[in-house]
Design a protein around this ligand. Structure first.
Ligand SMILES: Cc1cc2nc3c(=O)[nH]c(=O)nc-3n(C[C@H](O)[C@H](O)[C@H](O)COP(=O)(O)OP(=O)(O)OC[C@H]3O[C@@H](n4cnc5c(N)ncnc54)[C@H](O)[C@@H]3O)c2cc1C
Length: 358
């Protein structure tokens, strides 16, 4: 019997579990994989993450993980035109770190703070609170658990949202491929966002002499984009890539009575802006605050409404950037054209970058 059961141990679930356990709740974290596991991601950590990592006492531990320091973002248009924008330094630095390392660190912190963690435990069935019991019954790997509160932190294809009939149909308009390669010797401390006729590619050094390479395209153009990457980086045709879809999906109301959705399970943001991890840990913390207030006697319905409002506020004011990024990357030729304009208006690109890299 737990106060809160959290499904999914990505940054959203582990941060929520860590904050709940820190507040004295009996927290259970159920994760399908055995960590460390990799995840399709550009691996870039938006500087907005630092204050939350500080509240988890993880700043130093993240800083000693192998990572790449990113001092500039380079936008490369279809014709090869390159525009660079300097990124912040010091306490607001953007880094790139492997998700296998980063996610395991937050999960370990949750365990250290007292959360019970079950890896290799895929949640397959749920019974919602009803007349017979006020608790959730959760089935994972042939075991059942009971909890007063349930948190869906199981990513963009959330099983919890599906089992609760909340999951919208994903727009399968694009897919992403991701891999790691030896870092080209002259790559430097930059993150590259490169537009190509078939889509776009993100590249960032992640430490340990490795480069993270992501490709985003519509399915019918992906073979051509992959072929470009094979030639550009000398990758063999047999090389294996991780893949994920959808890249866009309608959002789900984040708060329901005794059910909270966090991270990608609630709302998926455009990968181009490299903010998903920030939203994951920020919503994980918000949900933990809400769950603590429910434990302290606030009614479940009121807590759900307040959490939904706080969650909407977290994203509010930034969705226009996401829409802008999405419409630009849906048409790489338009995005390249915008880069041409930005040559004469560099302040515009600096302004947009500063809105994202905070
Ligand atoms: C191509 C691409 C590039 C990106 N680049 C960046 C970037 O550079 N920077 C950035 O900040 N964001 C980036 N993102 C977004 C970022 O990866 C996500 O926003 C982030 O991983 C969301 O974290 P999460 O904890 O919500 O979900 P996830 O990280 O997806 O974690 C969900 C967890 O739930 C587990 N799970 C799933 N189903 C079950 C189940 N039934 N039972 C138990 N466990 C389950 C999974 O194994 C997983 O560990 C990118 C996304 C894509 C697609």
């Amino acid at each position: 019997m737990f106060d809160v059961a959290i499904v999914g141990s990505g940054p959203a679930g582990s941060s929520c579990a860590a904050f709940c356990a820190k507040a004295g709740l009996r927290a259970l974290l159920l994760e399908r994989e055995i960590f460390p596991r990799e995840k399709v991601c550009g691996d870039c950590l938006n500087p907005a993450c630092w204050p939350i990592l500080r509240r988890l006492q993880l700043t130093e531990r993240v800083q000693i993980l192998p990572h790449g320091v990113l001092d500039r973002v380079e936008f490369i248009g279809i014709g090869g035109r390159t525009l660079a924008v300097t990124l912040p330094a010091g306490g607001k630095v953007e880094i790139a770190v492997k998700r296998s390392l980063f996610d395991q660190l937050i999960m370990r912190r949750a365990r250290e703070l007292g959360a019970t963690i079950c890896e290799g435990s895929t949640v397959t069935a749920l019974t919602a609170p009803g007349a017979a019991t006020q608790n959730w019954t959760i089935t994972a790997a042939a075991r059942t658990f009971e909890s007063r509160v349930l948190v869906a932190a199981d990513g963009r294809n959330s099983t919890i949202a599906r089992l609760c009939n909340l999951l919208p149909r994903g727009a399968k308009e694009r897919i992403a491929l991701q891999t790691r390669l030896p870092l080209p010797h002259d790559f430097g401390n930059r993150v590259v966002l490169q537009f190509l006729p078939e889509g776009y590619s993100g590249q960032a050094p992640v430490g340990d002499g490795e480069l993270n390479l992501c490709l985003v395209s519509v399915p019918r153009k992906m073979p051509a984009l992959r072929s470009w990457a094979e030639t550009r980086f000398g990758i063999s045709r047999e090389h294996s890539w991780r893949t994920i879809t959808p890249l866009t999906r309608a959002s789900i109301t984040a708060g329901h009575a005794s059910l909270f959705l966090v991270g990608d399970a609630a709302r998926v943001v455009e990968p181009f802006t490299g903010e998903g991890i920030y939203y994951a840990i920020a919503s994980g913390e918000l949900a933990a605050d809400a769950i603590v207030s429910q434990r302290n006697g606030r009614d479940a319905a009121g807590v759900a409404v307040a959490y939904s409002a706080a969650h909407a506020k977290l994203y509010c004011g930034r969705l226009w950037i996401n829409r802008l990024a999405r419409s630009a990357v849906l048409s790489p030729r338009v995005a390249s054209g915008l880069l041409e304009v930005a040559r004469f208006q560099p302040a515009m690109l600096r302004f947009l970058t500063a809105k994202i890299v905070r």
